[in-house]
Each structure stands twice: as structure tokens, then as C-alpha cells.
Write a protein that binds this ligand. Structure first.
Ligand code: ZN
Length: 274
């Protein structure tokens, strides 16, 4: 009997080890889950915040175990809510947890250069940026541009749900998947890492009242997004300028046509004169 128990125990440990080797992100996800459970229970362990840890990471470099894109909201303190410390998490914070060129570049650094096996896109309840879009609030300065990244999620929710009371909560969730879609479809690097099984990208929602994380899993169309990423070009900050490849082609065609018309015109005029 005892032998059987030992054997079963050994098999389950072996299975767990195999799973961790095959899916390196499992361990990262588990660390985040456990850290959040400690935080929710009011039993945070405050790991890796000692003087030694600070000196060690300063001299040996950083080796974070997860990259996290979260909202800038001050009620979403990422290291605190996952009960982690110095050098544990590579965090990107931006209002509405959206992903444009700079955010995607930072995520590429975290996932490829620092090799974090897990990327979490973290939305949160009562998000001001999402509420502003859902309520059609008047935005000034650079905010309308940021709101444009959230709008597709809101429009999708409006189309798919008749219940108009829950629009903000539904948009918060949809916005997480929208951001995951923006990241994967616009980054060859992220797409490749997913395909190579070196990276797992998951969504999550943080409840600012209870402190709990609701894990949303991977994007339902992840495979499609990875395919799209293969045809994506690296976006540059100046890609929105006039001098894009597309515009150059249009300009070249335009110049050729104008030259052709001018030649025909000159030819006709010369013929009339003669
Ligand atoms: Zn927010």
C-alpha cells in the first residue's frame, strides 16, 4: 500500500516537473496567483525588498519572471497586489492599459530581451479611461488619441450586448482582449515567441475593492493573431507621418501620371502650333 502511495506521489511530481519544463509560464502564473492570494487575505509576505536584494539586482542585473501591462490608476499597484518585490516584475503602466508603439516596444524588451515567459494584460474595475470612452466624455489634449485605442472594444460590446447597464464592466473586459490583439497582431517578435511556446499571453481583471484577480486566459483568436503578426511591419513612431511606403508608391504613380499627361499636353500643343 505504502509503495503504491509513493509511486503515485512520484508520478504526480514527475508530471508537475514535465509540465513546468514544457510550459515555463506555469511557474510565473503560479507565483502571481499565490502572491495575489496573500495580498487578498491581508497576509502579504513582501518578498525581495531587502537591502541584499537591491544590491544583488543592481550588480547582477534584472531577471523578472513576468511582464505586466496595467493601467496607470494609482489603485492598481502591480508589485503590491501580486505581493512581489525588486526585480520580480517588468511593468508597463499606461491609462486604460492600451498598447501603442511604445508599449509594444517595451513589452518586446520584457518578453524577448529579458525572456519573461508570461505576459499579463491587466485591466481593472472602475477604470476611468474606459468609463470616459463608454460615457462619451469630452476629452482634451492627447487623450482622444488614447481613447481611440479603447473605442473598438466599446463598439464591439455595444453591438453584441443589449444590456446597457453593464457596458463599462463589459468594455473593461473586452478592452483587455483588444489590447492583447493589438500587441500580438502588431509584433512579429511576440507572435514568434508564442509560436515557439516561449511566451504565454493572458488577460486578467483586478478588482480594486476586493483586491482579487480574475484570470481571463488567452485570447480566443490567438492562432489567427499570430498569423497576422507574421505580416506585420515594425511600427515606428514616424510611421504615422506622410512618408510611409504606401504613400511613396502613391506618390510615384501620381508623378508618373502627371508627367505622362504633361507630355501628351506638350505634344498636342506642339502639333497645333505646327
Ligand atoms: Zn484604469
Amino acid at each position: 500500500m505504502k509503495r503504491k502511495i509513493y509511486l503515485l506521489f512520484a508520478i504526480s511530481i514527475f508530471g508537475m516537473v514535465c509540465n513546468l519544463i514544457a510550459n515555463p509560464w506555469e511557474m510565473s502564473l503560479q507565483r502571481l496567483r499565490e502572491g495575489n492570494e496573500r495580498f487578498v487575505a491581508g497576509q502579504s509576505a513582501h518578498p525581495n525588498r531587502s537591502l541584499e536584494r537591491r544590491q544583488e539586482t543592481a550588480s547582477k542585473g534584472q531577471k523578472p519572471f513576468a511582464t505586466i501591462l496595467a493601467c496607470s490608476d494609482s489603485r492598481v499597484p502591480v508589485e503590491v497586489l501580486f505581493d512581489q518585490g525588486v526585480g520580480d516584475l517588468f511593468v508597463v503602466k499606461v491609462a486604460g492599459n492600451v498598447a501603442d508603439v511604445d508599449e509594444i516596444a517595451t513589452i518586446e524588451y520584457g518578453t524577448e530581451h529579458l525572456a519573461t515567459p508570461l505576459l499579463v494584460v491587466l485591466g481593472h474595475t472602475k477604470c476611468g479611461a474606459v468609463t470616459a470612452v463608454a460615457s462619451g466624455a469630452h476629452l482634451e489634449g492627447h487623450l482622444p488619441k488614447l481613447a481611440d485605442k479603447i473605442k473598438p472594444a466599446f463598439e464591439k460590446v455595444q453591438k453584441e450586448h443589449s444590456d446597457k447597464h453593464n457596458l463599462v464592466d463589459l468594455t473593461i473586459k473586452e478592452n483587455v482582449f483588444q489590447t492583447i490583439s493589438d500587441i500580438i497582431s502588431n509584433s512579429k517578435i511576440i507572435g514568434h515567441l508564442i509560436e515557439e511556446k516561449k511566451l504565454q499571453v493572458v488577460g486578467a481583471i483586478y478588482d480594486i475593492e476586493t483586491g482579487k484577480i480574475e484570470w481571463l486566459g488567452t485570447h480566443p483568436d490567438e492562432k489567427k493573431l499570430v498569423e497576422i503578426s507574421k505580416h506585420s511591419e515594425a511600427q515606428h513612431s514616424d510611421s504615422k507621418s506622410f512618408f510611409t511606403t504606401k504613400n511613396f508608391i502613391f506618390m510615384a504613380i501620381f508623378i508618373v501620371l502627371v508627367s505622362l499627361l504633361a507630355t501628351i499636353l506638350v505634344f498636342i500643343l506642339a502639333k497645333r502650333k505646327s
